[in-house]
Design a protein around this ligand. Structure first.
Ligand code: ATP
Ligand code: NI
Length: 320
């Protein structure tokens, strides 16, 4: 940043997602979710620095060159359903023309009539109504823009679908519909194997701060706080019993209107000015002196980045 300032937007992120599985990344605004997604697609701003690796197939996405990213990754290995789809669509072209162009770029379909048919099929796959194909993005409701973006993301048959805040700004009914549709794509065909073979399905990485949507769609949940992954858990245990183990994750769930409706006190720290130890300590009722040193994400604290994780309900702490 100007003046030599650094923003640690994402730190120590460890996770994997398997074909046929949905991993949901949750965390509040500004915690680094979209930066993480951009890193996977090679879409970080030019002043960004990365370290580590992000493997998809045999490729390391963090070190792949722009040519590889453009020709084999974006659209073909990773389908992106962007945050705010209405703003992401080209405003001066109809949905039909954007779909046809994408089909021509990403598939072997050639010829006017064949492209038209393929674009219509692509729209149908995302439940985008055929009668609205000749509309411009500004003529679409939030739900339709969402489906148009999903249709575009599915065209290349990518084995990984990355959805950034797919339900923001939608009504509750539409949220449920949208996540159910997304989940359906876990098992629609991808292009990573000969057609007709079972490739184990598509992997889905969904970014959201909508915990109700997360509960509905996730197989596993990754919780992010102040640029770090603080917990990675099976969705069933996380949302049900025994519940989350990181005090921040507990706080997030407790804040839901459907639960205690009790907000986590305080504010997250600035990512340009993080404390040396646990970033949540200042807001944490369980914090002690140990929290002045950072949790070790590669060892003891791999699943729960906390010095004092909450114990599963019904399990009592052992006194040393
Ligand atoms: N180009 C940039 N230059 C400097 N800082 C940036 C840049 N892009 C993002 N950041 C910072 O990185 C942090 C993470 O941003 P990011 O967009 O990933 O958050 P997010 O978790 O996706 O939030 P939201 O839920 O609001 O989309 C923010 O604090 C933001 O200020
Ligand atoms: Ni974001």
């Amino acid at each position: 940043m100007p003046g030599g300032r650094h923003v640690a937007a994402v730190t120590d992120a460890h996770f994997d997602v398997a074909p046929g599985e949905c991993l949901v990344l949750v965390g509040e605004s500004g915690c680094g979710k979209s930066v993480l997604a951009s890193a996977l697609l090679g879409l970080l701003p030019s002043n960004a620095q990365t370290a580590g690796s992000a493997r998809l197939g045999g490729l390391d996405l963090l070190t792949a060159g722009e040519r590889t990213l453009a020709r084999t990754v974006r659209g073909r290995m990773i389908g992106l359903i962007p945050q705010s789809p209405a703003a992401h669509l080209t405003p001066v072209r109809t949905i039909r023309s954007q779909l046809e162009e994408t089909v021509a770029q990403l598939t072997g379909v050639r010829g006017r009539a064949a492209l038209r048919t393929a674009a219509e099929e692509a729209a149908a796959r995302a439940a985008y109504p055929g009668g609205h194909l000749d509309r411009y993005p500004h003529e679409l409701s939030g739900g339709l823009a969402q489906r148009a973006a999903t249709a575009l993301a599915l065209v290349g048959g990518a084995p990984l679908l990355l959805a950034d805040e797919p339900t923001t700004g939608l009504d509750r009914d539409l949220v449920e519909h949208t996540v159910d549709e997304l989940r359906r794509h876990l098992h629609t065909p991808t292009d990573d194997g000969p057609s007709g073979t079972d490739t184990g399905g598509r992997a889905l990485l969904v970014i959201t701060h909508d915990l109700v949507a997360a509960e509905r769609i996730a197989d596993r949940v990754a919780v992010m706080y102040a640029g770090r992954l603080v917990e990675l858990a099976d969705a069933e245990g996380f949302f049900g019993s025994p519940g989350p183990r990181h005090p921040y994750s507990r706080g997030l769930l407790r804040a839901l209107p459907e639960r205690d409706f009790a907000p986590v006190p305080g504010m997250p720290p600035e990512l340009g000015d993080l404390p040396a130890g646990c970033a949540f300590a200042a807001r944490c009722e369980r914090a002690t002196d140990a929290c002045a040193s950072p949790p070790d994400p590669t060892g003891t604290h791999r699943a729960v980045a906390c010095h004092h994780p909450c114990l599963p309900e019904g399990v009592r702490a052992r006194t040393p």
